[in-house]
Design a protein around this ligand. Structure first.
Ligand SMILES: [Zn+2]
Length: 454
């Protein structure tokens, strides 16, 4: 039931005016998710036309690119398809002309700094209207996941400015909008830089029903604690692509539901699993395209680059913005929601092996988690350091014999390709993480591996 901001006016509830925009958006999202696909697309076209018209006026980047194009709703998707792909490098350049003046209806603008998984910081401007919609998406996501928001929510993630030894940071609620509108149980957070043993101690000591973290961190916790550490009911994975085998292992060992969310710091929630286990895009605020290298749309089941247009945040013109992620478009979902689907989010461009002929593919990392590897290694990371060289960083469980080394090299070649020379680099302690504390099991370090091409 909706929480009233007044102890006297209980029903119908009085909304806390600070969250009226979030609530208004949430109510509309609850209805729009059931609209027929054609109606949803027509509404998107209306908003896309408005977005493009504003960019044509207010963005120095887009003004020349949109000049002379029909930007009415009937032509909006066709106009979008003519635009080049915007890259993270473009967004990093404050002189590029992507920041726009906005009218009063958008509310005040705040600056968001994002680190990204590659440690290349980006600063974007975000309007209050856009933030309210993002918060409303989050409320809807809680509802889709059927989370009981009176329970305890723990998150272990980056961006908290907590040291490895910092105690858990407690909060009275999951977030302020949830608390004001519906009521909320407590939450606590730890930095992703906290050692796994400390994370497990915090889970046991503080308790939690839900745990949000990155898949690589959840894998580390599962390896250290084959039993559910504190009566967790669900884990919410975000920030990295979730390996289906890991999701299955977590569900089996801990008896939890595994809920995957796809979001980015620049764009907020992008896609969320519905109760039927399919990713739906947040179509009321974003147009999500899955594109081939020639920018034509992928067919269902065909992997391509994720390119997103933010329909709501007019302060930064993120129009056809390449997230550097890869995903597969999905089929219609039988849950009844026409919000477009993704069959799978497969990861980042840097997670691809690059062959000397320029072709790229995902390494078969499940081979790296087999018994032969587990009995020899506590932790591994694969780095493509040269066109035909893979470096296996490893933290061994024991002194490695010549035979052990041969097994490791063969497994790496099976996962990445027979043509590769394998270098071994052993570490005594945990392997180093990326600049924001995330850990990629495979990373291509060849020049321009992280640059989406136009
Ligand atoms: Zn669905």
């Amino acid at each position: 039931m909706l929480k009233s901001a007044s102890t006297e006016l209980r029903w119908p509830a009085v909304i806390d005016p600070r969250y009226a925009q979030v609530f208004a958006a949430f109510v509309q999202l609850e209805a729009s998710q059931w609209l027929p696909a054609e109606r949803l697309r027509a509404l998107q076209a209306v908003q896309l036309a408005s977005r493009l018209q504003h960019a044509a006026q207010a963005s120095r980047w887009f003004a020349p690119r949109l000049a002379g194009i029909d930007l009415q709703a009937a032509n909006a998707f066709a106009a979008l398809a003519t635009l080049p792909i915007l890259t993270r490098a473009d967004l990093q350049d404050p002189a590029a002309g992507l920041f726009c003046e906005v009218g009063d209806a958008h509310g005040p603008t705040v600056s968001l700094s994002t680190s990204g998984s590659t440690g290349e910081p980006v600063k974007i401007l975000c309007t209050l209207a856009a933030q309210a919609l993002r918060q409303a998406f989050q409320l809807r996501n809680f509802a889709w996941h059927q989370l009981d928001t009176r329970k305890t929510y723990a998150s272990i993630r980056s961006g908290l400015k907590l040291g490895p030894e910092s105690p858990p940071q407690r909060a009275a609620n999951w977030n302020a909008a949830l608390a004001a509108l519906f009521g909320s149980g407590p939450s606590w957070s730890l930095g992703i830089n906290a050692p796994l043993e400390r994370q497990l101690a915090a889970l046991a000591g503080e308790g939690a029903h839900y745990l949000a973290s990155y898949p690589s961190n959840l894998r580390g916790l599962l390896e250290l604690s084959p039993d559910n550490p504190c009566g967790l009911e669900a884990v919410i994975s975000a920030g990295e692509a979730m390996d289906p085998a890991l999701a299955e292992a977590l569900a089996q060992a801990w008896g939890v539901r595994v809920l995957d969310e796809y979001s980015s710091e620049e764009l907020g929630p992008i896609a969320t699993l519905c109760e039927r286990g399919r990713f739906h895009c947040m179509a009321e605020g974003l147009i999500v395209e899955i594109l081939r290298q020639d920018n034509s749309p992928c067919a269902p089941g065909e992997p391509g680059r994720v390119v997103v247009t933010d329909l709501r945040n007019f302060a930064t013109a993120m129009i056809r913005y390449a997230t550097n992620d890869y995903a597969l478009p999905g089929e219609a979902c039988d849950c009844g929601r026409a919000l477009p689907t993704l069959a799978r989010i497969v990861g980042r461009e840097r997670n691809l092996v690059r062959l000397p002929d320029g072709s790229r593919f995902w390494p078969n990392l499940s081979l790296m988690h087999g018994d032969a590897m587990r009995e020899r290694l506590r932790q591994f990371q694969l780095l493509q350091v040269a066109p035909t060289t893979i470096r296996l960083r490893l933290r061994p469980r024991r002194a490695l014999s010549a035979e052990d080394r041969a097994v490791l090299e063969e497994t790496v070649r099976a996962a990445c390709g027979a043509l590769f020379t394998v270098e071994l680099e052993a570490f005594d302690g945990p392997l180093p993480t990326g600049p924001n504390g995330k850990f990629l099991e495979f990373q291509c370090l060849l020049p321009d591996a992280g640059q989406a091409r136009r």
